[in-house]
Design a protein around this ligand. Structure first.
Ligand code: HXC
Length: 264
């Protein structure tokens, strides 16, 4: 899988580590980076379907930033139409992350502001370095979040916290982000990437069909009334009894051995 100069892709034995690489601009997202991410995620989806990719970790280059937002220099002169297309392209990347049949984890190694916070939110969950900072400061620029922040942030941390962050534009540290449920785990900077990859690898060792179904049902159910969401779970649970992995997983438990999942 090929990256670009602004997007590095490392395949760590089935765990794809995608690094946004514009450290001089604090990894700000311009159209080229968004297009590159879309391309990498399309390839990751294909690799996941073929069993070659089992998890994806998203991070930023350098010690200062995950992503300090969408590129303000690139947005400054946008027309309404270009801004709409730009927002849509960011949403497509968010949707691509959420619909990947493998886990996606953001390793937030510094500033995750604006589009950076939104990109992290599009991952299944977030690990953060102790020095990480989160925020939706778009109102300070006379705009609002445009890559899903008003919606994904509210769904992750609740409406009141999300409204406060989006309206006041404040930046919160990693500890506060963990306290409100935006971040799952806070780590010393040096341990962030190894710990994130270790969690990715742990999930990669589970039954891949089960992991994909758990992710699908969790996201799909979140937008449905509880009775419909529960029905979705029942169907997905039952459907897994038609897989070799279910038979292998349960036989391995009963035989007191490690399962060898095939992903089917
Ligand atoms: C373009 C950026 C940038 C950004 C930083 N840089 N953030 N360039 N877009 N979002 C550039 C700076 O211009 C500077 O370039 C270099 O990175 C280093 O940044 P400094 O500001 O010098 O660093 P520092 O003083 O440490 O401050 C760090 C910072 C600050 C607090 C993160 O850079 C900042 O406030 N950035 C903007 C954050 C933001 O508003 N994000 C939301 C954007 S709107 P030079 O060339 O001078 O060295 C958004 C909308 C998403 O994300 C939806 C779109 C549809």
């Amino acid at each position: 899988m090929l990256g670009t100069d602004t997007l590095l892709v490392d395949d760590d034995a089935g765990v794809l580590v995608v690094t946004i690489n514009r450290p001089k601009a604090l990894n700000a997202l311009n159209q080229a980076v968004i297009a590159g991410l879309q391309h990498v995620l399309d390839e990751a989806a294909e690799a996941a379907r073929a069993g070659r990719a089992r998890a994806l970790v998203l991070t930023g280059a350098g010690e200062k930033a995950f992503v300090a937002g969408a590129d303000i220099a690139a947005m400054a002169d946008m027309s309404v139409g270009t801004a709409r297309e730009f927002a849509r392209s960011g949403h497509a990347v968010g949707d691509a992350l959420a619909s990947l049949p493998i886990p996606t984890i953001a390793a937030v190694n510094g500033f995750a502001l604006g589009g950076g916070c939104e990109l992290a939110l599009a991952c299944d969950f977030i690990y953060a370095a102790e020095n990480a900072k989160f925020g939706q400061p778009e109102v300070k620029l006379g705009v609002i979040p445009g890559f899903g922040g008003t919606q994904r942030l509210a769904r992750r941390v609740g409406l009141a916290r999300a409204i406060e962050l989006c309206l006041a534009g404040d930046t919160i540290d990693a500890a506060e982000a963990a306290r409100i449920g935006l971040v799952n785990r806070v780590l010393p900077a040096a341990e962030l990437l190894p710990a994130t990859i270790a969690t990715a690898r742990k999930i990669a060792e589970m039954g891949p069909v089960a992991v994909a179904e758990a992710k699908r049902v969790l996201y799909a159910g979140a937008g449905l009334p509880l009775s419909q969401a529960n029905a979705l779970e029942v169907e997905a649970f039952a459907g897994l009894f038609d897989t070799a992995d279910q038979k292998e997983g349960m036989a391995a438990f009963l035989g007191k051995r490690k399962p060898e999942f095939k992903g089917r």
